[in-house]
Design a protein around this ligand. Structure first.
Ligand code: URA
Length: 441
């Protein structure tokens, strides 16, 4: 078999055979297929797409390119959760302990932030002492005893995706539906959970800019999950504005802890309740409506917060930061961004908000950049709110004035203020399951 023929076949719009896909994934992972041929194939897939069968085969091959985590040593149903990435998305920190406090195990393998989106590992590591790097046995032990743990990916988990994702990132082939679906689902399958809840973000801060594209991606991933016997549900949620009021690592952990204390911002609380309720439903705890009520109870009775504190302690972190989140603080240099006119906030370019946080030191432009855990943004006003000229829209924190200036310049371009009250945008657009698409608006 020759890679040339595989590229030509996809370029001409043909369906690839299982053997051709196997040949590509194996050869690219072990290094016998060079980057230039792999990028040509990715570009052909970008233009010609893939059938459901091809995408499922690609996903399975990638999942099996390295270790598969065997969670059978942990009793009960294990439910995973994955977000396609956004700005201010600290939901894992809230949802994982909430679900675990109701007896459902969450063994979560998370990633770091890159570009405008944040990463759960970076957020958690802003808690003094906490580690996200441990042996498989320690990870299982924490999940078994506490109910949840969040760790980083080892080198041998889905090596095919690691190589391919880095290549796509520099060859303008990231935003291809079958390539995104196979990249995400291969990691979920390798991570070993029985059930998967996907949070597919949609809007200016997400890969998928429209609800139709987000639903198409969700359908593809739900179909792959079904194909491999892992029941998968996807929620399509709004990322046309940042989630919650805080963007930045320690700031987001602080906001997550406040949410677990029952004092979270409305949008973050609402999305977390839906995500946690759907994870519990997947685990067989009841209908989504019944599970929603259970989640609300855990957020108000302090049990979800206690579970988060237990997880933090088990991972070596100082749990006092979670129980008294004001311990965190933020960088001492700060500046306020003020409204330039009276009106209503019509839109926030959410990617730009994420880039502003990166410029402040809260994110990475390249994967080797160091993060400042105490940098970030506290948003005072978001889309849909009325503002007066001179009113504070946001406070920015960084280690020095140069970073503050860069972050403020980026953030000031993110707001669009108009004279009319804007149309209210929903937080959750749709729920996608094996039974189909349930539009929620
Ligand atoms: N997240 C992933 O893990 N892979 C993609 O291709 C896009 C987002």
């Amino acid at each position: 078999m020759r890679m040339y023929d595989i590229i030509e076949s996809k370029r001409d719009g043909h369906e690839l055979s299982d053997a051709q896909i196997d040949f590509f994934v194996q050869g690219y992972t072990e290094g016998s297929i060079p980057d230039y041929q792999a990028s040509a194939l990715c570009m052909a897939i970008f233009y010609e797409g893939m059938s459901e069968h091809e995408t499922a085969r690609l996903t399975l091959d990638m999942a099996h390119s390295g270790d598969i985590v065997d969670l059978s040593v942990i009793p009960g149903v294990k439910v995973d959760k994955h977000s396609t990435g956004g700005v201010g998305d600290k939901t894992t920190l809230i949802v994982a302990p909430t679900v675990a406090s109701l007896g459902v195990h969450v063994a979560k393998i998370s990633g770091r932030g890159l570009g405008h989106t944040g990463g759960t590992l970076d957020k958690l590591e802003s808690i003094p002492g906490l580690t996200t790097s441990m042996s498989r046995e320690q990870f299982f032990d924490i999940v078994r005893t506490v109910g949840c743990a969040v760790v980083g990916q080892t080198d041998n988990l889905v090596p095919a995706d690691k190589k391919l994702y880095a290549l796509r990132d520099v060859t303008a082939t990231v935003d291809s539906l079958p390539l995104i679906a196979s990249s995400i689902m291969s990691k979920k399958i390798a991570a070993g959970s029985d059930k998967i809840l996907l949070d597919v973000k949609c809007g200016s801060g997400a890969f998928m800019k429209t609800t139709d594209d987000a639903i198409a991606l969700a359908r593809e991933m739900v179909a792959i999950g079904e194909h491999v016997g892992r029941t998968t549900t996807a929620l399509i949620t709004n990322m046309d504005r940042p989630l919650g009021q805080c963007v930045g690592n320690a700031l987001e952990v602080q906001e997550a802890a406040c949410t677990l204390q029952g004092n979270g911002p409305d949008d973050l609380v609402a999305v977390c309740i839906e995500l946690a309720a759907n994870m519990l439903e997947l685990a067989g705890k009841g209908s989504v409506e019944e599970c929603r009520a259970m989640v609300q109870e855990q957020l108000s009775n302090g049990e979800a917060l206690q579970k988060f504190a237990q997880m933090v302690k088990a991972q070596g972190g100082d749990e006092h930061y979670v129980l008294a989140p004001e311990c965190f603080g933020h960088d001492t240099c700060s500046v306020e961004l003020k409204a330039s006119c009276d009106g209503w906030i019509h839109h926030m370019n959410t990617e730009q908000v994420g880039l502003a946080s990166t410029a402040l030191g809260g994110g990475r432009a390249t994967k080797d950049d160091l993060i400042d855990p105490l940098a970030g943004i506290v948003l005072a006003k978001k889309t849909g709110e009325k503002v007066q000229k001179g009113e504070v829209l946001a406070t920015l924190y960084a280690q020095n004035g140069a970073k503050l200036t860069e972050g403020k310049n980026e953030l000031s371009g993110a707001y669009t203020i108009g004279s009319e009250k804007p149309v209210h945008e929903p937080l959750i657009y749709a729920r996608v399951t094996r039974s189909g698409v349930e539009k929620l608006v």
